[in-house]
Write a protein that binds this ligand. Structure first.
Ligand SMILES: [Zn+2]
Length: 202
């Protein structure tokens, strides 16, 4: 069996950007604030992650702090994995940024649109055992990456009862889906890594 992938945080400005690596084959989960490509490059360098080894970028959802560099990363050679519910959300991202943020609008070229069902085989091609599943609640386009070792990359899915303006029923259902898939440990977009079991979630 393949060893479990390694997980490294290249985040900044209170946001985690997770690099999941199977050897030198890597997936970047969440894609930087708009206008921060230099910062992202230096964080990757510092954590010994050559950009050329990043096989795909995945945004857990299309809010500025999670997908702000998607287009620039694509132009730097990192194809963007896009799940079906994310397609309409991509176009709305430009309405959430100010001109001075330096956001580069995401174009369709270089987007790799896949279905949730296909995600396991697409990830397997880059040596990562896991799948991408819909986890709405914070936003309609929110997805999570769940590795077979139990690690789940949950973006901004809030803990049950702790969301602000998030859809609580959807939030609960999304956590239930993650637990049903065997997720044991959540790597969120902000804040500490936490276990899925435990009093806070029951
Ligand atoms: Zn968000």
């Amino acid at each position: 069996m393949d060893p479990a992938p390694s997980i490294v945080d290249v985040g900044y400005r209170s946001t985690h950007y997770w690099v999941v690596s199977a050897g030198r084959s890597r997936l970047l989960v969440d894609l930087g604030w708009p206008g921060t490509l230099g910062l992202m490059r230096s964080r990757l360098e510092r954590m010994d992650v050559p950009l050329a080894e990043v096989r795909y970028g995945l945004a857990t959802h299309y809010h500025p702090d999670h997908a702000g560099l998607a287009e620039e990363l694509k132009r730097a050679g990192v194809p963007l994995l896009v799940l079906a519910p994310q397609v309409p959300a991509i176009g709305r991202l430009k309405d959430q940024v100010k001109p001075e943020d330096g956001y580069v609008e995401i174009r369709p070229e270089g987007n790799v649109e896949i279905s949730f069902e296909e995600s396991r085989s697409v990830l397997a091609e880059i040596g990562i055992a896991g799948e991408i599943v819909p986890t709405p609640g914070h936003s309609d386009d929110s997805v999570s990456l769940v590795l077979d070792d139990g690690s789940a990359f949950t973006g901004d899915l809030p803990l049950p009862g702790l969301g602000f303006g998030d859809d609580e029923a959807l939030v609960q259902a999304s956590w239930a889906r993650l637990r049903a898939l065997g997720a044991t440990r959540a790597y969120p977009g902000h804040g500490p890594i936490h276990d899925l079991e435990g009093p806070a979630l029951h």
